[in-house]
Write a protein that binds this ligand. Structure first.
Ligand code: CP3
Length: 353
């Protein structure tokens, strides 16, 4: 396996070093919008069958890279692998998203949870990382990822997706000690999970705090931020020169940019509700920034996509430290050709002579 990266734009941007052009990758770049993904999924039978088979996970990870000039691969897996390995039993109902057979509803349920073993219960994830690194052979860096402690807890307590987060918010109000206990076990699990992915070969790590933005600022400071900060402080990722960058992505995290910049993470991912110029000013050059095109821009014409890409780039402004991405994941009904337009626009509009 070659250790030399032929394309290190992402790593350079995350270290805020000069780049030949701005790196770009897209959340959910491997997924149902690609006909080749749908074909592999039909053969494998289900999403989970794909994610649990390292060779298939590798094949699907590489699919968008064969089509587009992307600057990173992201491990094909899911954030819900951790609670699944804790015994909650993940399954998917078509059109309804992820569900757990054994949600966590009480202090007794939380007491039964333990940090899963990374090389047995979650071995299929680490094997996928190893196979993908081998097959990438230094083409682009591989991003490993995890859900945030709060976002994992949302699915674990609600038993699936939610519109109002009624159960977990009730737990936060009525039994905060139990929720903190759950968040603490999740944090230990996330740290072990990301450390194991790094040991298996992941070169960048991202935490998805998809549901942090449903909390009031005060509740975010109590139930999400301290656990994100603990991950940023405690996750071993090498010495300064060779440090594996950690990206904290949060949907609706605009109220907390200063605190996130002080967390110890190398980069913050933001959604499209905040201007990158403002995010940059408020994070004061302490971190790289990732984002933040509204994913719905992919429904626009090629001309409209160009224009919106230009706006995001202009909002960030001159200088390195920007990783171009969407402000959240892609949707199944998006046109693959538009992804090519987006990726090429980012590179063309930022090419330094
Ligand atoms: O970005 C990538 O290409 C890498 C793969 C990836 C997936 N899930 C694949 C997937 C990543 C990084 C995730 C993370 C994830 N999973 C998050 C955080 C990011 C976000 O979008 O906010 C969350 C909240 C989940 C939980 C989850 N898993 C949801 C809500 C769904 C979609 C359910 C649906 O029917 O739309 C999944 C399943 C899932 N994970 C799919 C993919 C490609 C769709 C699976 C399919 O039916 O083929």
């Amino acid at each position: 396996m070659s250790n030399t990266l032929r394309n290190d734009r992402l790593l350079r941007a995350l270290k805020r070093q000069p780049v030949d052009c701005t790196p770009v990758w897209l959340m959910r770049q491997a997924g149902r919008y690609l006909p080749e993904y749908r074909a592999t999924r039909a053969k494998a039978g289900s999403f989970l069958a794909m994610a649990k088979n390292p060779e298939i996970a590798c094949e699907v990870t590489l699919q968008p890279l064969a089509r587009f000039d992307l600057d990173a691969a992201i491990l094909f897996s899911d954030i819900l692998t951790i609670p699944d390995a804790m015994g909650l039993e993940l399954y998917f109902v078509d059109g309804e998203g992820p569900k757990f057979r054994h949600p966590v509803r009480s202090a007794a349920d939380v007491e039964k949870l333990a940090v899963p073993d990374m090389e047995t219960e979650l071995r299929y994830v680490m094997d996928a990382v190893r196979v993908i690194r081998r097959e990438l052979d230094g083409k682009v860096p591989l991003i490993g990822f995890s859900g945030s402690p709060w976002t994992l807890a949302c699915y674990m307590v609600e038993g699936g997706g939610s519109k109002d987060f009624a159960r977990i918010k009730a737990m936060a109000l009525n039994d905060p000690a139990t929720l903190h206990r759950l968040l603490s076990i999740n944090t230990d699990s996330v740290i072990a999970y990301l450390a194991a992915q790094r040991a298996a070969g992941a070169q960048v790590l991202q935490v998805f705090d998809t549901w942090g933005g449903v909390l009031s600022p005060a509740m975010y400071r109590e139930f999400s931020l301290p656990y994100l900060t603990r991950i940023a402080r405690e996750l071993p990722r090498g010495d300064i020169q060779e440090r594996t960058p950690l990206i904290l992505f949060g949907k609706g995290n605009a109220a907390h940019l200063e605190a996130l910049a002080d967390s110890g993470a190398e980069a913050i991912g933001v959604d499209w509700l905040v201007e990158l110029s403002e995010a940059r000013r408020r994070t004061g050059g302490k971190v790289a920034l990732q984002g933040n095109l509204d994913p719905a821009v992919l429904y626009g014409s090629p001309e409209a996509i160009h224009e919106q890409v230009r706006n995001v780039l202009a909002s960030y402004g001159q200088g390195s430290g920007h990783v171009f991405n969407l402000g959240h994941g892609m949707s199944p009904d998006m046109d693959p050709e538009h992804v090519g337009v987006l990726v090429d626009a980012v590179h063309a509009l930022t090419a330094r002579a």
